[in-house]
Write a protein that binds this ligand. Structure first.
Ligand code: FAD
Ligand code: NAD
Length: 405
């Protein structure tokens, strides 16, 4: 009998974790498994703000996919997915096409720019290693240029971060630590540098615990971050942003706008013909696409409703990795001819956000609040846990965060 063909798209938290679990559950003769990813490396998306601020090197946040997968069981194809054709059970790549019996879509997220004029062309986003490296280089370049021009341009030293959600806040925390180093390196007075956060809601981290929000604001303000709250970013040009607050518009001159105000699923999903809800596949409890049950969707491309709140679970690495485990279990069951599949249930282990290298805040184990050093330590434990789950002790020792102080 022909072996079933399992095709996994994307080697992020969802896709790579599915592959790692499947290689443990299935033998070479059970199925032919292929993993496709744009790059030959996996990056820790949850560390990209550190790469963007320049507080860690890009190589720290990535590792070779072939070091993690068992290549005798999984065929790795480095290629870019162009489209999914679920009715024909095939996927079109830049360099060919692949057919499947079972598909796992784990193509992750892209920035949501909501049609705001100039954002797509002029703002930076923290979406992958290349984009993050570009932000770091761009900030460095502008600091270097500042003292090389007769007419000083303060907009070179003004960094605007659009959005005060978790990504924006974690990036601000890193920036607040990095800027003093940059000032020293390029002979610039710290007082000449502005780091500004523009957040549309009346508070940063809307909906999060107010005590933790206040802690984060204080920590960032103490290090020189300015907040514009209730301020909707309306336009971005190469040299400025404009926001609206209380019905008034204000423009800030800046050469660096980093847009961190929301994500959407990879747009390949919306164009695929799979039934979707605002670009994501609202999966069945077994994580299958309702219109095409041989297609599983994990991570930021999947939508799962939280029955308690009536709203979708936020897209996180935490949920992506949990989904991957159930997805791998269910695929293994189907391959072995079992038809009673497992239903996914999210176990919320809490949320901890870093505020730079040695500060953080968050809530774990239900409602246990953590601040400062303890929270920062917990964040590193969480980051290390994800490495361990993907690549075991070897990967943890190679890439782990052990610089606690
Ligand atoms: P991803 O991890 O984004 O992986 C998608 C993969 O698909 C990538 O390898 C990509 O290269 C590949 N790919 C994309 N398009 C193509 C294509 N066309 N062809 C081939 N390959 C392609 N969540 C948390 O739980 N905790 C955190 O602390 C946290 N911090 C974050 C910090 C930042 C700065 C950001 C941006 C996000 C953070 N998140 C965090 C959210 C988390 O990173 C995402 O929810 C998670 O990465 C989603 O996993 P995924 O597998 O769906 O996608
Ligand atoms: P988000 O949607 O959580 O936050 C976006 C923020 O931008 C919101 O506060 C929103 O009010 C604001 N905003 C939207 N439009 C705006 C505009 N025009 N002008 C000004 N502000 C505007 O997005 P995110 O922060 O990118 O996070 C994406 C996902 O990743 C979330 O699920 C988040 O929980 C997760 N994440 C988690 C962590 C963590 O657990 N430590 C860290 C980063 C990201």
């Amino acid at each position: 009998m022909k072996k079933p063909r399992i095709l996994i798209l994307g080697a992020g938290y969802g896709g790579l974790m599915t592959a790692v679990k499947l290689q443990k559950k299935l033998g070479v003769n059970d199925a032919s498994i292929t993993l496709v990813n744009k790059h030959d490396y996996h990056y820790e998306s949850t560390w990209l703000h550190e790469v963007a601020a320049g507080t860690i090197a890009p190589d720290k946040a990535r590792f070779a996919i072939k070091d993690i997968i068992n290549t005798s069981k999984i065929d790795f194809v480095q290629d870019t997915v162009l489209s999914i054709e679920p009715d024909d059970k095939k996927v079109i790549l830049e360099d060919g096409e692949l057919e499947y019996d079972y598909l796992v879509v784990g193509l992750g997220f892209e920035a949501a720019t909501f049609g705001i004029p100039g954002l797509l062309e002029n703002a930076f986003t923290i979406g992958n290693i290349n984009q993050s490296r570009l932000i770091r280089e761009h900030i460095d370049y502008n600091f270097a240029m500042y003292n090389n021009e007769k007419e000083k341009k303060p907009e070179r030293l003004t960094i605007v971060v659009g959005g005060g959600g978790f990504t924006g806040i974690e990036f601000l925390g890193e920036l607040a630590n990095r800027v003093p180093e940059l000032c020293k390196e390029y002979d610039i007075d710290r007082d000449q540098v502005r780091i500004i956060n523009v957040e549309g809601a009346p508070t940063i981290l809307p909906g999060f615990d107010p005590e933790l929000v206040e802690y984060a604001m204080n920590s960032l303000e103490k290090r020189g971050v300015e907040f514009k709250l209730g301020a909707m970013l309306k336009e971005c040009t190469p040299d400025s942003i404009t926001f609206e607050k209380d019905g008034e518009q204000e423009t800030i001159a800046t050469k660096t706008t980093v847009w961190a105000a929301g994500v959407r699923a990879n747009s390949i999903v919306e164009k695929s013909g799979l039934e979707h809800n605002r670009g994501k596949v609202e999966v069945s409890p077994e994580l299958r696409a309702p219109s095409h049950p041989e297609v599983f969707v994990v991570g930021d491309c999947a939508l799962i409703m939280n029955e308690e709140t009536g709203r979708p679970y936020p897209p996180t690495a935490q949920i992506a990795m949990q989904e991957a485990e159930v997805c791998a279990d269910n695929l293994a069951k189907l391959v072995k001819g079992e038809d009673e599949l497992e239903a996914f249930e999210f176990i919320n282990r809490g949320t901890v956000a870093s505020l730079g290298h040695s500060d953080a805040m968050g809530a774990v184990f239900g409602d246990k609040k953590l601040f400062g050093f303890t929270a920062s330590l917990m964040k590193k434990v969480i980051d290390n846990r994800s490495l361990f789950k993907l690549g075991g002790i070897g990967l943890l020792l190679k890439k782990g965060k052990f610089n606690i102080f």
